[in-house]
Write a new protein. Structure first.
Length: 313
């Protein structure tokens, strides 16, 4: 699909949506073309965790916008890192595994854990029986980009990302904590400006994802629901950040959660149960869960998991 004028305007230029035309008239598709396009993009990028892939239909869907959200410490960043590392895996026509794919991980976090990224990279290599000389980070097959300013993000999407895409075999773009970027750039009074940016950004991502056949995974944080409480626990309910308009732009959403439990199991066998992980620092039991919140292709189901030094279990 040929696309003209794939520009995201700067923050002070996007108030008037009429200034920005991403979809010229000649890009309208017939029903048959849409069906053929759907067939083309019915492939996925594995998360690298079998139990996750089982409920996600094999992984993150290519050509669409997926979101995973959760509170701090739930494992959503690790989920994103796992996904971008697994983007290097490709298969030839005979089904033989190769390692010539690529992906980009964009982070807006100021507390980026580079050591954790390198640790998961080493785990990925061990799991795939790769030698010490292999380094997907140094080879730029997996690029980790830390951006702290709004304009830096716009510049990356308009210039650097397109260069990555044109090199071929690009499989996934992961964007970590985009709520931070939006929260710092737009005040509560700038509702329309924020909405315009969101609509143009998501449309830009959808166009590129379809044009170059890659997956987009956006990591989101949570905010308190001031109007409702969980009646069972009395705790404040948590909602995905950014709001309802943002939600309406997504193709599918997953939730990752953690629940701390004060009881400590005396029996060693109980401590090793798959659905729990012992946090040595807090001496608490942490229950973690991945859940499908909405998706046109997936059932609403969930799976429990643990995290240790080797990653998700």
């Amino acid at each position: 699909m040929e696309v003209e004028n794939e520009q995201i305007l700067q923050h002070d230029q996007i108030i008037d949506q009429n200034q920005f035309n991403l979809l010229p008239v000649d890009t309208i598709l017939t029903a048959q073309q849409l069906l053929e396009q759907e067939k083309q993009f019915q492939n996925v990028i594995s998360t690298g965790v079998q139990k996750f892939d089982q409920i996600l239909g094999g992984g993150i869907l290519v050509g669409y916008i997926s979101e995973i959200y959760g509170e701090a410490g739930s494992g959503k960043t690790q989920f994103g890192i796992n996904s971008v590392l697994n983007s290097v895996i490709t298969y030839d026509q005979n089904g033989n595994k190769q390692f010539n794919g690529s992906g980009v991980y964009i982070s807006f976090r100021k507390d980026v854990n580079q050591k954790r990224l390198e640790q998961l990279h080493e785990t990925f290599k061990r799991q795939n029986n790769l030698g010490e000389s292999v380094n997907f980070l140094e080879q730029n097959q997996v690029q980790f980009v830390n951006l702290l300013k709004f304009q830096d993000f716009i510049d990356f999407i308009e210039k650097s990302l397109e260069n990555c895409l044109q090199q071929g075999n690009f499989k996934i773009l992961v964007i970590d904590e985009i709520a931070n970027l939006i929260r710092e750039e737009f005040s509560e009074k700038q509702y329309h400006e924020k909405q315009n940016f969101i609509s143009q950004f998501i449309l830009k991502m959808k166009i590129l994802a379809h044009k170059y056949a890659f997956a987009v995974l956006i990591i989101n944080s949570v905010v308190s629901d001031a109007e409702n409480r969980n009646t069972d626990s009395g705790k404040q309910k948590l909602l995905p950040a950014i709001g309802a308009f943002w939600t309406s732009q997504l193709n599918e959403r997953f939730k990752i959660s953690r629940e701390e439990r004060k009881e400590v199991y005396i029996n060693q066998e109980q401590q090793l149960q798959k659905q729990y992980f012992q946090d040595q620092n807090k001496n608490q039991i942490i229950k973690r869960q991945l859940k499908v919140k909405f998706s046109p292709r997936l059932q609403r189901q969930s799976v429990s998991f643990t995290i240790d030094n080797e990653g998700f279990q």
